[in-house]
Design a protein around this ligand. Structure first.
Ligand SMILES: NC(=O)c1ccc[n+]([C@@H]2O[C@H](COP(=O)([O-])OP(=O)(O)OC[C@H]3O[C@@H](n4cnc5c(N)ncnc54)[C@H](O)[C@@H]3O)[C@@H](O)[C@H]2O)c1
Ligand SMILES: O=c1ccn([C@@H]2O[C@H](COP(=O)(O)OP(=O)(O)O[C@H]3O[C@H](CO)[C@@H](O)[C@H](O)[C@H]3O)[C@@H](O)[C@H]2O)c(=O)[nH]1
Length: 444
């Protein structure tokens, strides 16, 4: 059995490495020749716990291969998993140009029967369109099937999520072809949901939009806590213990970021618009998130006035811990606002510094430790709950900062500990200082 994975981003690499780990012969293909060169040497281009070790093991054992020659993979593959990016167009719709280019390449080179499995997140109807596209391109006498198999892994826990997936979703209009893909997943021993192809495509968007809704909902409740004096952590705990609600994705903060929720909620909104439907909840979820992302900045302005010339340390820039991904990270928007304010900015992140530097260059100071980032700072913004930050000794803020003022977007510390460490500490949905009026100054 020969499996090809097209695209070596997060999804492609984790998929390829995990299929190899359970015993398949896997070839990963990418148009990025440099990336393929590094991968073939066992060097992982992304920060993903456990991935590099598993990659090296499967390379050494001969089950995992990397190539930038699409002709070679198309001539031997039984299953071709497409995992290329589907980023956001300017109007919010999903950009399918990478997917179409990958399909055109496969179609032009395919010379044996194959099942094409689309793992990329794509709008409803795309798999059917891809099938038609392949019918037009393929010139050899081969049979091709197109199956939808959306991916649900999270960055930072991709390998664990693959081996412990809650479900594997397979969408197929050809039932037997769908079963064949389901059988590929048998070594993982996870539940499979097989549906028609359009339902599978929508399961992916609906799942992400629902999780984003939970986050925006709890962030709204957190904002209400700040008006009423309730404590968001107690409220979320009390809500989450109801099994119908569930405790996950009820952590209030500075809004969701990353390469999926922001773009997928917008793509779903655009898709519904195109069908002439007004998805009111989804529109609000997106609006609430964009307001939430600006919250800390406005809290700081409300409390301190102009930030011009202030020394500001931003702790954490990845969109969440255990990844170096900064796509749509709330920290990036904050840093841009701080630059506009002419603040003097230092940034610390244990994994994402290189990517932040690519964006902002010499406009920031890139610290290698929390100590170095906060030294001499007037204000700290906590943007990512890395263990290095949540477990930081609070006494050191007093030691290194002038008059420590901490704006914590991830509720990393207990109010009591922050107070006894002598910090002016502002978090989300927990009334440590009077910030009742800041919401009024948000004009979005
Ligand atoms: N990142 C995640 O955690 C995650 C989780 C679930 C689903 N998804 C979805 O999976 C898809 C991929 O996401 P990602 O974050 O892994 O993407 P990515 O941007 O990290 O990687 C995409 C890869 O595809 C390669 N590529 C582009 N065009 C190609 C072509 N024609 N042929 C071969 N390779 C090509 C790029 O060089 C790149 O290496 C998206 O649709 C995304 O929405 C992502
Ligand atoms: O209670 C919570 C949970 C998450 N977040 C934020 O939400 C964003 C997304 O987090 P998470 O879902 O853990 O990360 P992703 O890697 O983006 O994974 C999501 O997006 C992927 C791509 O579609 C899907 O495959 C996953 O199932 C889905 O969880 C991050 O900014 C988190 O800080 C919160 O603010 N509060």
């Amino acid at each position: 059995m020969e499996i090809t994975v097209v695209g070596t981003g997060y999804v492609g690499l984790v998929t390829g490495v995990c299929f190899a780990e359970v015993g398949y012969n896997v070839t990963c293909f990418d148009i990025d020749v440099n990336k393929i060169g590094r991968l073939a040497e066992g060097r992982c281009p992304i920060y993903e716990p456990g991935l590099e070790e598993m990659l090296q093991k499967n390379l050494a054992e001969g089950r995992l291969h990397f190539t930038s020659d699409s002709k070679a993979v198309c001539s031997k593959s039984d299953y071709i998993f497409i995992t290329v990016g589907t980023p956001e167009n300017e109007d919010g719709s999903a950009n399918l140009e990478y997917l179409e280019a990958a399909v055109a390449d496969i179609g032009a080179n395919l010379c044996k029967d194959a099942v094409i499995v689309i793992k990329s997140t794509v709008p409803v109807g795309t798999n059917e369109r891809i099938y038609k596209m392949l019918q037009d391109i393929i010139h050899c006498d081969v049979q091709v099937k197109v199956i939808s198999n959306p991916e649900f892994l999270r960055e930072g826990s991709g390998i664990r999520d693959t081996f412990h997936a809650d479900r594997i979703v397979i969408g197929a209009d050809d039932y037997e072809a769908g079963r064949a893909v389901a059988r590929l997943y048998e070594p993982f021993e996870r539940p499979v949901v097989q549906t028609d192809i359009r339902s599978a495509e929508l399961i992916k968007y609906a799942s992400n939009a629902f999780l984003a809704t939970k986050i925006s909902f709890i962030n709204e409740i957190a904002n209400l806590c700040e008006h009423t004096g309730a404590n968001i952590e107690d409220v979320a705990k009390g809500m989450g213990m109801d099994q119908r609600i569930g405790s996950q994705f009820l952590k209030a903060g500075i809004g969701y970021g990353g390469s999926c929720f922001p773009k997928d909620t917008k793509a779903l909104e655009k898709m519904t618009e195109d069908y002439g439907y007004d998805f009111k909840i989804l529109r609000s979820v997106i609006e609430v998130n964009s307001r939430q992302k600006q919250q800390l900045f406005y809290k700081a302005k409300e409390m301190l006035g102009s930030l011009r010339g202030k020394r500001v340390a931003v702790l954490g820039s990845a969109f969440k811990p255990h990844t170096d991904d900064i796509r749509e990270a709330p920290s990036i928007e904050l840093i841009a606002q701080l630059i506009e304010e002419q603040a003097d900015i230092s940034v610390y992140d244990p994994a994402a510094t290189e990517k932040v530097e690519e964006l902002f260059g010499s406009r920031l100071y890139y610290a290698e430790t929390v100590d170095a980032a906060i030294k001499g700072a007037d204000i700290v913004f906590i943007m990512t709950e890395w263990p290095e930050i949540t477990q930081y000794d609070l006494a050191r803020f007093r030691l290194f900062m002038r008059e420590p003022v901490i704006f914590d977007g991830r509720n990393c510390y207990s109010l009591v500990e922050a107070e006894s460490a002598g910090l002016t500490y502002v978090s989300v949905g927990r009334m440590s200082v009077n910030v009742n009026s800041y919401i009024d100054c948000l004009e979005l």
